[in-house]
Design a protein around this ligand. Sequence first.
Ligand code: UTP
Length: 234
Amino acid sequence: MKTIVVSLGGSILVPSIGSHNFSAYATVLKDLAVKYRVFTVAGGGGEARRYIQVARDLGMDEAAADDIGIMVTRLNAALLAGALGPAAYPRIAETYAQAREYGESNKIVVMGGAIAGQTTDAVAAVLAEYVGACALLNITSVDGIYAADPRKDPRAERYNHLTPSRLMEVIRKTQMGAGSNTVFDIVAAKVIERSDIPLFVMDGRDPRAIREAVLEGAFSGTVVCKGRPKKLPV
Ligand code: UTP
C-alpha cells in the first residue's frame, strides 16, 4: 500500500466557534485508508490564534506562545482521532518517530504540532519524508497557491503548478508585508524542495472534494513538484 500524508487546516476542522466538521473529515480519511496508508496532521485554526494572542497579552515569549499553539493543534488531533474511532491509532503522535511506530498498526495515525517556530505545514512535510509518503495533501480553505493573498488582491493569479524553488520565491515575496499570512510555511517549502514529494494544495471546505480529488482524479488546486505536474491518484 502506498502512503499519503493529509494535512487538515484548523480553519476547516473548526470553521467558527461552536461549529466543527471532525466527523465529516473522519469519514473521508477512512475512505482514503481503504487504498492508502494514511497519516494525518491537524492544524489549530482560529482557536490556536486566540490562545496565542492570550499568551502574548500575558507577556509570554514567542516560543512559549508557539507551545500554546501546539497544544491546540493536539487538541484538534485528539478530537479527530475520536471521530475516527477504531480506525485511528488511539494515541496522538508527538514526534515523527512515534508517528512511524504507530503507523505499524496499519491504523490512521493522527499528529498535531511538533516543535516551536513553524506550523503544521512543516510537520506534514517532514512526516511525509519520515514515512516515505508518495504524496502530501495540504487541505485548506483556499483553492491553491496564489501570487498574492487572494483575499486582499482578487486579481491575484492562482498557480496550477509550481516547482519547489518557484514556491520558495512566491512565499518570500508574499511574506514581505507586515502581518502577512502565507498559504504555505517556508520551513515546509524547504522540506518539499529537498524531498521532492509532490505537494497538492486544495480547498477542502467541502470534505467530499478531498475524496473526489484523491480517489477519482478530480483534483483542482496547486501541484508543487519538479518536472511535469504530477496527478492524483498517485
Ligand atoms: P497551525 O499549523 O494551525 O498554524 O499551527 P496556522 O498557520 O494558523 O495554520 P494554517 O496553516 O493557516 O492552517 C498553529 C500554531 O501553533 C504553533 C505555531 O504558533 C502556529 O502558528 N505551532 C504549530 C508550532 O509552533 N509548531 C508546530 O509544529 C505546529
